[in-house]
Design a protein around this ligand. Structure first.
Ligand SMILES: C[S@@+](CC[C@H](N)C(=O)[O-])C[C@H]1O[C@@H](n2cnc3c(N)ncnc32)[C@H](O)[C@@H]1O
Length: 185
């Protein structure tokens, strides 16, 4: 009998969410699309575990715009341009207009938009905040890439400067993300 390796949730992981290290696929994804994302390999897709670089922390600073929420922080110095971790969640092709944890992975040639939604299931990356109101610029960026096994992933990479131990990791969600939210108010 094959033993199943227990996935250890990181500290501060909310109990109502499922912690995963590789994507799940929603029924809106066809088997052909799934194959093109997975890169056609049948080998086991281990998550890229560079999460040793980061830790989830509760934000208690009242001047922080996401006070009382969580954020992602550097556990140690992260070199400029280093791959930090991947944004993991549920891969889907349906619209998730109300999810604050939905990120675009790719637009297929036929026009279909594929997203990664980490609202119900995901990894540490779902806790990364936007830099606005916190720092002058982001210190990390989203960039897609193919793993050694050929799988398409959305990676989070350090920007052009080293990130110091203890610093909060901050990306840009993009102007459109914020515009959509302010228009809803
Ligand atoms: C992907 S989540 C980030 C993790 C979130 N802080 C948490 O604890 O679950 C996106 C949400 O974080 C908050 N957030 C992220 N960056 C922010 C910022 N710069 N200013 C205000 N709120 C922010 C908003 O509530 C936003 O909807």
């Amino acid at each position: 009998m094959r033993a199943h390796k227990k996935v250890v949730e990181p500290s501060h992981w909310p109990q109502h969410l499922r912690y995963i290290q590789s994507h799940t696929y929603h029924s809106s994804i066809s088997s052909e699309t799934r194959k093109s994302i997975e890169g056609g390999t049948s080998r086991r897709r281990n998550s890229f575990r560079n999460d040793r670089y980061v830790t989830i922390r509760h934000i208690t600073d009242p001047s922080h715009p996401a006070c009382n929420q969580f954020g992602l922080f550097a556990l140690k110095k992260i070199p400029a341009k280093a791959h930090i971790l991947d944004y993991i969640g549920e891969i889907h092709a349906d619209e998730r207009l109300t999810s604050d944890y939905d990120l675009s992975l790719v637009r297929l040639p036929a026009g279909e938009s594929i997203g990664i939604d980490a609202s119900r299931t995901g990894n540490e990356a779902r806790f990364i905040n936007d830099y606005r109101g916190i720092k002058l610029k982001p210190n990390a960026v989203f960039m897609d890439y193919r793993t050694d096994l050929g799988e398409l992933r959305m990676g989070i990479w350090a920007a052009n400067e080293d990130i110091k131990k203890g610093d909060e990791l901050l990306v840009s969600y993009g102007k459109a993300w914020w515009k959509a939210r302010t228009e809803q108010l």
